[in-house]
Design a protein around this ligand. Structure first.
Ligand code: GLA
Length: 382
């Protein structure tokens, strides 16, 4: 009975707004709906709604492979939307800080937008001070992906595919990237990212969701308690380019080995006025455990709602970003004004500027090999 009442909402919405229900016909344990999210480049952009057997819902658009909404329960069973974003495509077509998107071809920064690979030099757009950020001017967050929804034993899923042509944003090789989002019946948002290429290229794809476990638009995230499975981090210069060293977190504001609030030591992390950086966390952590094996990266608790988010990944690093550049100029879903530190990101990935750091885990993908990155955001309450 409970299951069916949860699914009544999506059904009713579909009837009211003409959204098509697809896949999963006759399956009362999950639901997938598709509706128009607007137009981009003369093409219709789709918005998919995936509902699992617990009544959790995720909305994903094929523009930028963006997670636009994620509704999960608090300790009373009340749902809230825990990601920052916009109600319509117009918001995402305007200037915004990568809300919910898949960023790439190389997430995070490449120093001076330059690298060499197999003795050839490459120059990329410089779009973050003197450096390259999140794939350039038109990264994977700003393109239309092909999308196909399907039901799986684990829960409703959406597969998105994008062919990034040789030379796009200065990167070599035709790269086909595939992202599979699954909203599992265990209340996990599982993201599996793979890619293949026809020429050697750097690849580092990441999901850039902004979280607020009290619900987006509910204020700052400084009271969230964070624990990171990292004994060290990669110190940077003032433009957030790693120096190449690993530094122990011990005795620094970056020590999250036991839970503490995001706000506790945040004031001790300096910014850089030249890049409008007011300070706060924007740091890559070196995760304990094996690259390629799924391991716990982070655990976050929002004490008022009781919502808990655990992050598991196969990647070697996680960029923990405390929403320092949010400044109230972005108006999101339902008119919510996103002020400084109203959301945080835990972007699992290879370390920033790895392509220029020969001793670090490699981001080079070669023909015949498959890039693979899994990240699981698991929700529960306490
Ligand atoms: C990443 C970067 C930040 C910032 C955000 C987007 O998290 O590390 O410095 O650029 O993306 O605003």
């Amino acid at each position: 009975m409970k299951i069916q009442s949860h699914l009544f909402g999506p059904l009713l919405l579909a009837l009211l707004f003409g959204a098509g229900l697809l896949g999963c016909t006759g399956n009362i344990h999950m639901r997938i709906a598709k509706q128009s999210f607007g137009d981009f480049d003369g093409k219709t952009v789709d918005l998919f709604t995936l509902t699992n057997s617990k009544g959790a819902t995720v909305k994903i658009t094929n523009y930028g492979s963006i997670v636009t909404e994620l509704h999960v329960a608090d300790r009373e069973g009340d749902l809230a939307d825990v990601v920052l974003g916009f109600d319509n495509i117009e918001g995402y077509l305007g200037k915004h800080p990568y809300f919910g998107a898949i960023v790439g071809r190389v997430a995070n920064r490449i120093a001076k937008g330059r690298f060499s690979l197999d003795d050839k030099n490459y120059t990329l757009a410089v779009n973050n001070g003197p450096n390259h950020l999140h794939g350039g001017l038109r990264g994977f967050d700003k393109v239309l992906w092909d999308a196909e929804a399907h039901c799986t034993a684990d829960g409703p899923a959406l597969t998105l595919t994008y062919l990034s042509a040789d030379g796009e944003e200065g990167y070599p090789g035709n790269l086909t990237a595939t992202v599979v989002y699954t909203l599992t019946h265990a209340n996990e948002l599982k993201i599996e990212i793979t890619a293949v290429t026809d020429a050697p290229t750097p690849v580092n794809l990441a999901n850039h969701s902004y979280w607020n476990l009290a619900g987006h638009g509910s204020g700052d995230i400084l009271g969230h308690e964070l624990c990171l499975n990292a004994d060290s981090y990669t110190p940077t210069d003032e433009w957030l380019i790693p120096t190449g060293a690993f530094a122990p977190v011990e005795g620094t504001p970056f020590d999250f080995r036991t839970p503490k609030t995001i706000g506790a030591d945040m004031g001790d992390v300096p910014g850089n006025p030249e890049m409008n950086n007011p300070g706060g966390f924007d740091t890559n952590f070196v995760l304990n455990g094996k690259t390629g094996a799924l391991k716990l990266a982070a655990r976050v608790v929002e004490p008022r709602s009781g919502r808990v988010m655990e992050v598991f990944t196969t990647e070697p690093g996680v960029q923990f970003y405390s929403g320092n550049f949010l400044d109230g100029s972005t108006v999101g879903k339902g008119g919510a004004v996103y002020e400084r530190r109203n959301g945080f990101c835990l972007e699992t990935q290879h370390f920033p500027d790895s392509i220029n750091k020969p001793g670090w885990p490699s981001v080079v993908l070669r023909p015949g090999k498959t890039y693979r990155h899994v990240v699981v955001y698991a929700f529960s309450t306490e």
